[in-house]
Design a protein around this ligand. Structure first.
Ligand SMILES: *Cc1c(COP(=O)(O)O)cnc(C)c1O
Length: 219
């Protein structure tokens, strides 16, 4: 029956341990609390503990929950981690500080247009379909170089690469592959690792981990 303070401390500890093992500075790793489906009260208990980065999967849900939370915690940072439809680009630009799911040219165009209108360009991670799964979002690996060129030529700051490895298999090879792609293409940010595998993601170079259930649910 751990409370949020204990869970948060345990996860921060685990990240620090993984950093030590990989000879990395823990300050290089940002923990995103994935708060999709969580109530405003659950989110506030983490905000009160000093957690500032939060991830939501759906624009509408974030629009329902976050404007009031942001009034009370103006320095909270909101990350969109779920698939984004182009017709929600304007709303996403207004709400989110960072978008982790930029994965196609039509969405890039929509975000650029929405950003120009709002004079606000959120930093974007390019999502890579790292397991080459038909049903998953993400740029195909062989299309990544051309897509990165397009993003770099746009006014959207390129934050890095993001991936969700295939479910049910060891994630480390996919983390290592994403890290290799980032090196090859001179990208610094790596958004990878969730509740079950964030420590190995950190050892393989993650700069952002996205943790939901380990933070909000009793083990
Ligand atoms: C839900 C979600 C997470 C968090 O998953 P947990 O296993 O609950 O930590 C991370 N990334 C994405 C893209 C998600 O949709």
């Amino acid at each position: 029956m751990a409370d949020p303070a204990i869970r948060l401390a345990l996860i921060r500890d685990e990240i620090a341990r993984a950093c030590r093992a990989a000879r990395r500075d823990p300050a290089e790793v940002t923990l995103i609390a994935v708060s999709k489906t969580r109530s405003a009260a659950e989110i506030e208990s983490l905000l009160d503990l000093g957690q500032r980065d939060f991830g939501e999967s759906r624009v509408q849900e974030a629009a329902d929950k976050w404007p009031r939370l942001r009034q009370r915690y103006p320095d909270a940072r909101l990350h969109l981690i779920g698939r984004l439809q182009s017709n929600k680009a304007a709303e996403a630009v207004a709400l989110f500080d960072v978008i982790h799911s930029l994965d196609r040219a039509s969405l890039l165009d929509a975000l650029v247009a929405a950003g120009a209108k709002a004079a606000r360009f959120p930093a974007c991670f390019v999502q890579v379909n790292i397991g080459e799964e038909d049903q998953k979002g993400g740029v195909a690996i062989d299309e990544l170089p051309a897509f990165l060129d397009r993003v770099r030529a746009s006014p959207l700051p390129l934050a890095g690469l993001m991936a969700i490895p295939p479910a049910g298999v060891e994630a480390s090879p996919y983390f290592a592959l994403l890290a290799e792609l980032a090196r090859r293409h001179d990208v610094t940010g790596l958004s990878m690792g969730m509740s079950s595998d964030y420590a190995s993601a950190v050892m393989l170079g993650a700069t952002v981990v996205r943790v939901g259930s380990a933070l909000f649910d009793d083990a």
